[in-house]
Design a protein around this ligand. Sequence first.
Ligand SMILES: Cc1cc2nc3c(=O)[nH]c(=O)nc-3n(C[C@H](O)[C@H](O)[C@H](O)COP(=O)(O)OP(=O)(O)OC[C@H]3O[C@@H](n4cnc5c(N)ncnc54)[C@H](O)[C@@H]3O)c2cc1C
Length: 388
Amino acid sequence: MKTADAVVIGGGIMGASAAHFLAKRGFGRVVLLERGRLAGVSTGHSAAIVRTYYSNPITLELAKRALHMFQNDRELLGGDCGFRPIGFLLLIGERLRAAGEQILESERRHGLHVERLTVEEVADLAPPLSLDGVSYGILEPRSGYADPTRTTENLVAAARPWGLEPRAGVAATGVRQLGDRVVAVETEGGPIETNVVVNAAGPWAGRVGSWLGLKYSLRWSRESDLFVHMPVGFGALPVVSDPGLRFYLRPDGEDRIIVGLGAPKEIEPVEPDGCDPALDPGIRERIERVLFERIPALANARHLGGYASIYTITDDWHPIVGPEPGLEGYYAFFGGSGHGFKLGPPIGEALADVICGETPAIDLSPFRPGRFIDGKPLTSAWGEGNRG
Ligand SMILES: Cc1cc2nc3c(=O)[nH]c(=O)nc-3n(C[C@H](O)[C@H](O)[C@H](O)COP(=O)(O)OP(=O)(O)OC[C@H]3O[C@@H](n4cnc5c(N)ncnc54)[C@H](O)[C@@H]3O)c2cc1C
């Protein structure tokens, strides 16, 4: 039988991050199983916005670390991840005034560079925006977006010399347990003996858990992004998040933007195996309605297609990460809930420390699988159904 020091199931940002940092720490032979292609599901369809506005100490610290990692991607993420620090602008209306102040205060307390902009300053920064209903702006001048597929591929490629073995096109089909510990992963290519298994199977993490008798409360939502052409001379835009009209946008190269519906999210329920990847016209119209309200100058712009993918959502909209008590060698790492791209690398780094028996710089215990049973879910200043 083949052996490995660790087997990571799932080659999205979470699995790639866990595998990268385990290999980097000298854990040994780390096999990364991906049944399709790296970043082929949620990760590759992510808008990949890297921002720091969070209201929990753990997510703030992780997002701060993520920003640092993307700013130093060649050194810390294995290569150029296409990070574009074009700024992240949050439009705050009356309803979210207090939540916005709280976030500003928390970001500053955590040493993050963040600016409060008057409506006039927002207009100067992003002239195409119509600012009806906006009370002020919050600008993270150093935030931006990255290339999610390139990030995942870099993490994997850079760690190969340290012992990471990617197996794309190979599905895990079971996990063997002996007494209270995991001992092997069954795969389409035969079993791999191992004492460490990381469940980073994204939308299918519940299925992987069920092989070990574990039950997770997860929901899945079909989430769509639309590409819109930016006419020549339209001018530069930062990443924009508009919780009032509930959408976000970011530039995608020189002449188009990506636009999606934002928080508080409406769920479009879907099963992981049944997600139609095509953008449907009804969703496209809804996205266009809010986009054109905020940027009337785009009303005649061409739409350039789009796609749909999956959010894997936990009960408190925060990831589930860490060991399962009573099951030695098994670690959960899933449930990005629509904001897991940026959090993948810093969580992967900290989880690798946990697996190596070291104390991570960022304590991941608030994300532990048992938090819901303990009555300690995470909360958000933005209210329920949100990722703050
Ligand atoms: C439209 C959209 C926009 C988003 N925008 C942002 C954003 O701007 N910023 C942000 O931070 N986050 C964003 N997200 C969220 C982010 O993309 C996800 O939280 C993150 O990519 C989840 O990563 P993952 O590795 O857990 O899952 P995935 O990327 O889905 O990876 C899981 C992998 O596991 C594999 N797998 C499953 N079962 C098996 C098995 N049995 N054997 C082998 N492999 C298996 C799958 O094939 C898959 O590749 C967005 C998501 C979507 C859908």
